[in-house]
Design a protein around this ligand. Structure first.
Ligand SMILES: Nc1ncnc2c1ncn2[C@@H]1O[C@H](COP(=O)(O)OP(=O)(O)OP(=O)(O)O)[C@@H](O)[C@H]1O
Ligand SMILES: [Mg+2]
Length: 419
C-alpha cells in the first residue's frame, strides 16, 4: 500500500514527534480509522531519523497479533520499503530496519504473553509503540514504559479502541493526557481517507449495542442493559425448525454446574465454508447429581448428537479437572470417538463481541427445541455495577448455556472471522 492521501489527524501523527516537546501520543477511537498503519509507519521513520543502534518495542495483545496486524502489513507499505531494508526474524521476534549505515532493532512483545513480560524486564528501550493498549495488562504497559525512562528523547505511542469508562488506560492516560505530556487524538472512521461511504455503512452494521457505541462512535462507555438486543427484539429471525442439511463440522461446549448453577452443554454446527453457526442440540440439568450420573448423562447427550451430526470434539470447563479426567475414562470405556479438550475461556467481551458480530451478519441460528439457550440469549444483561464488562450473574440468569455455547465456538473464531 501507499499513502497517496492522509487525513488531517493522520498528518498530525506523522509530524508530532519531530516538532513537539510531547513525550507521548495517544490515538483512540473507532475501528478501521487508520490509527495503526500511520503510527507504525511514523514510529519507524522517527526511529530511523533520530537513532542508530537503538532498541525499540512494538507491543500488541500477543506476539502473534502484532505479527498479523503490524508486521505483515508493514512489509507491504511502499513508503517504508522504498527507503529501508526491513527484515523480520520470527525466531527472535525481532524486526530490523536499515538504511545507509543506520540500523535499528524493534522487538515484538505481547502484553498477554507471559514470556514477553519476562523479556521486557531487562531491556532498555528508546521508544515503544503499544497497539491496542486497552487490551494489555496495566502491569505490562507500566513495565514497558519504565524501560524507556533512562533514554533521552524516548517517546511512547499508544493506540486503542474504547472500552469501559472505568478502564485504567482511559482514566490514567486519556483523561490525564496533559499531565502526562501526551498528545491525544480521537479518531472516527471518517478519519480514514480511503473508506468509501458504502464501506463505512457496512462497517457500521457489523456492531450493535455497546460495541457500536465503542467501535463506531468511539465512546468510552460502560456496558448496560440487554446484551443481545437484536436477538431479544427479533428472536424469530434466529430460530430454525428444520435441521440444516449442510453441516460439515460440530463442536460441543460444556459448562459444569454447582452452587445453584446448571450443567449446560451445547452442540454447535458449522455449515459449508463456515458461513453459518447453528446451535443444534442442548443439554441442561439443574440438579445436584453424582459424578457417575453426570458422566452417563453427558455420554447420552454426545451419543444423541453423534447419531445426527459429525461431532468429535468437546470443550469442557477447564476449572473442573477431576470431572474432566473421569469423563475421559468414561468415554474411553464406551469406545466412543470423542476428544475432550479444556475450554479456552477467552475474555468474556471477546466472546460476546464475536457472537454479536455473527448475529449482525445473519450467520447465527438456533434450533427451535433448544429452549434454555434461546431464553438465555433473550434475557442476558450486562452487570452495570461491574468495573469491567461482565454478564449479570446473580442466579436469575442462565449464564451456563451461554458459556457452553462460547466454549463450543472459541476454537473456530479466527476461521469464522476470515470466512
Ligand atoms: N492514508 C491511508 N492511505 C491508504 N490506506 C490507509 C490509510 N489510512 C488507513 N488505511 C488503510 O485502512 C485500513 C484500516 O487502517 P488501520 O488498521 O490503521 O486502522 P485502525 O484505526 O488501527 O483500526 P482498528 O482500530 O480496527 O485496529 C488499513 O487497511 C489501512 O492500510
Ligand atoms: Mg489498529
Amino acid at each position: 500500500m501507499t499513502f497517496s492521501v492522509l487525513s488531517p489527524k493522520q498528518k498530525i501523527i506523522f509530524k508530532w514527534c519531530y516538532n513537539s516537546d510531547k513525550t507521548a501520543i495517544i490515538c483512540d477511537g473507532a475501528v478501521r480509522s487508520g490509527k495503526t498503519v500511520c503510527m507504525i509507519t511514523s514510529f519507524i521513520l522517527w526511529a530511523m531519523k533520530c537513532f542508530n543502534g537503538g532498541i525499540f518495542g512494538i507491543c500488541g495483545k500477543t506476539v502473534r497479533s502484532v505479527e498479523r496486524n503490524i508486521i505483515s502489513p508493514l512489509m507491504d507499505i511502499a513508503d517504508i520499503n522504498a527507503y529501508f531494508k526491513v527484515n523480520y526474524l520470527r525466531s527472535r521476534n525481532l524486526l530490523t530496519v536499515e538504511n545507509c549505515g543506520v540500523k535499528n532493532s524493534f522487538y515484538i512483545f505481547g502484553g498477554r504473553d507471559e514470556s514477553s513480560y519476562m523479556l521486557i524486564q531487562g531491556i532498555t528501550l528508546s521508544g515503544v509503540l503499544f497497539d491496542e493498549v486497552a487490551l494489555m495488562p496495566r502491569s505490562f504497559v507500566e513495565q514497558a514504559i519504565t524501560r524507556t525512562l533512562s533514554v533521552e528523547n524516548a517517546k511512547l505511542w499508544f493506540n486503542c479502541n474504547p472500552d469501559n469508562q472505568f478502564h485504567w488506560f482511559y482514566n490514567e492516560w486519556i483523561k490525564k493526557a496533559d499531565e502526562k505530556n501526551a498528545l491525544h487524538l480521537h479518531f472516527l472512521m471518517s478519519d480514514n481517507p480511503i473508506l468509501t461511504k458504502k464501506q463505512l455503512e457496512n462497517a457500521e452494521r457489523q456492531f450493535t449495542g455497546v460495541f457500536h457505541d465503542r467501535y463506531i462512535k468511539g465512546l468510552w462507555i460502560s456496558a448496560e442493559g440487554v446484551i443481545y438486543k437484536d436477538f431479544a427484539d427479533n428472536t424469530e429471525r434466529y430460530i430454525l425448525d428444520k435441521f440444516p442439511d449442510d453441516i460439515i463440522q460440530c463442536n460441543i461446549g460444556f459448562d459444569f454446574g454447582g452452587n445453584g448453577s446448571a450443567h449446560a452443554g451445547i452442540c454447535t454446527g458449522f455449515s459449508k465454508r463456515l458461513q453459518k453457526v447453528i446451535i443444534l442440540e442442548e443439554f441442561y440439568l439443574k440438579e445436584i447429581v453424582s459424578p457417575a450420573r453426570l458422566e452417563s448423562e453427558i455420554i447420552n447427550f454426545v451419543r444423541k448428537c453423534q447419531s445426527r451430526f459429525p461431532v468429535f470434539d468437546g470443550y469442557f470447563d477447564s476449572a473442573e479437572t477431576t470431572l474432566i479426567k473421569g469423563l475421559k475414562t468414561a468415554f474411553a470405556k464406551e469406545r466412543m470417538s470423542f476428544n475432550i479438550h479444556n475450554a479456552r475461556k477467552s475474555p468474556i467481551t471477546d466472546r460476546i463481541s464475536f457472537t454479536n458480530l455473527i448475529m449482525s451478519q445473519g450467520r447465527f441460528f438456533i434450533m427451535k427445541n433448544c429452549r434454555h439457550v434461546i431464553e438465555a440469549f433473550r434475557s442476558a444483561v450486562w452487570d452495570s455495577k461491574s468495573p469491567c464488562d461482565k454478564r449479570l450473574d446473580d442466579g436469575n440468569y442462565n449464564i451456563d448455556s451461554l458459556d457452553a455455547f462460547e466454549y463450543s465456538i472459541e476454537p473456530m473464531i479466527n476461521d469464522l472471522i476470515e470466512s
